[in-house]
Design a protein around this ligand. Structure first.
Ligand code: NAP
Length: 320
């Protein structure tokens, strides 16, 4: 089969499409014929060799795919050949024509959800859910600022929060991004490149402040976030690409919390909760992943360039 292989850490040019042997499922494993692959920023950090986790070389990147079950190993009970599934991690890598998974890594994909949308589910929706409900413990009636709402995680967060009865303020960096943020359900959309947009967010709460902020770029925003938090407010740091200075008094005076969040820390119990919620949200149509563009698997390097370039309007997917 064809698969992207990384032989050495480096720039996007180290992503090469190669012929590799087809994997075959062992006990408790599932082989998925991949129809679409979700591209996440973390795969660029891992490829560059700058991420905290470094896979053994050579490796095939990615964990988010959607496709059809081709074969199952002994003892697999939850899926059978022919089932439509999305993956939440793989054993052999998702940037490939086929992906070998452990059974708990595959989840049912309803008929009305496209494979492209299925590939956009795992990291974005699981991250947004864990940040909003498990770390921030957001509840209906609260107000959330999704700081970076036009990307994969942000659009997912807006949909989760809206469906749960929060008032949702989302930000984007372009007029197209603003339209997208509104179209996925935000009550208000602001441009994070405009002067005074956080004061506008504050005004939307009647001066009380935001109960929850989901932060996609903490190195730029965390210091300013604290000034627009409500009393007992929570900021969840989802993304950060450098250091930041904060005024700790802003947390103290509000009894506020800054929470870190890494999806990799999710427990098996949390993951089963998250994927049950994703299935329910797909079935009741409150979750509806937005696809930015489709790129051929052979052009994975181009996808890595685009995902880090900004200006995203939803999810970039690779098609094997
Ligand atoms: P993405 O699809 O590339 O989206 C990036 C988002 O960041 C866009 O909405 C972008 O808005 C926004 N952004 C750009 N400049 C910003 C600013 N100054 N203030 C606020 N937002 C800004 O990426 P993603 O998949 O949604 O991931 C978002 C971040 O979370 C990445 O850093 C990623 O590495 C991280 N992440 C962390 C975890 C975890 O487990 N902690 C999991 C998934 C992702 P515009 O392009 O419209 O300006």
């Amino acid at each position: 089969m064809k698969a992207i292989r990384v032989q050495q850490f480096g720039g996007p040019g180290v992503l090469h499409l190669m012929d590799v042997p087809d994997p075959s499922p062992g006990e408790g494993q599932v082989l998925v014929a991949v129809k679409a692959v979700g591209v996440n920023p973390v795969e660029t950090y891992i490829r560059a060799g700058t991420y905290v986790v470094k896979p053994a070389l050579p490796y095939t990147p990615g964990g988010d795919a959607a496709g059809v079950v081709e074969a199952v190993g002994d003892g697999v009970a939850r899926v059978k050949p022919g089932d439509r599934v999305y993956t939440a991690g793989t054993v052999t890598g998702a940037y490939a024509a086929k992906a070998l998974c452990n059974e708990p890594q595959v989840h049912p994909l309803p008929e009305h959800v496209t494979f492209q949308q299925g590939a956009a589910l795992n990291v974005p929706y699981a991250t947004a859910y864990r940040a909003l409900f498990i770390r921030a413990k957001a509840v209906p009636g609260e107000t959330v600022l999704v700081h970076g709402a036009s990307g994969g995680v942000g659009t997912a967060a807006v949909q989760w929060a809206r469906a749960a009865g929060l008032t949702v303020v989302g930000t984007a960096g372009s007029p197209g991004g603003i339209d997208l943020v509104k179209s996925v359900g935000a009550h208000h959309a602001l441009n994070h490149k405009s002067a005074g947009y956080l004061e506008q967010a504050m005004a939307l709460t009647g001066g009380k402040g935001l109960d929850v902020i989901l932060e996609m770029l903490a190195n730029v925003n965390l210091g300013n976030d604290l000034a627009v938090l409500a009393k007992h407010g929570r900021v969840v740091v989802i993304g950060s690409r450098g250091k930041v200075e904060i005024d700790a008094r802003q947390i103290m005076g509000r009894d506020a919390d800054i929470c870190g969040m890494t999806l990799m820390n999710a427990t098996p119990h949390e993951l089963s909760q998250i994927h049950a919620a994703i299935l329910a949200g797909l079935q009741n149509h409150t979750l509806n992943p937005v696809i930015n563009c489709e790129i051929a698997l052979v052009d994975a390097a181009k996808a890595h360039g685009l995902v880090m370039a900004g200006g995203s309007h939803g999810k970039i997917v690779l098609i094997p």
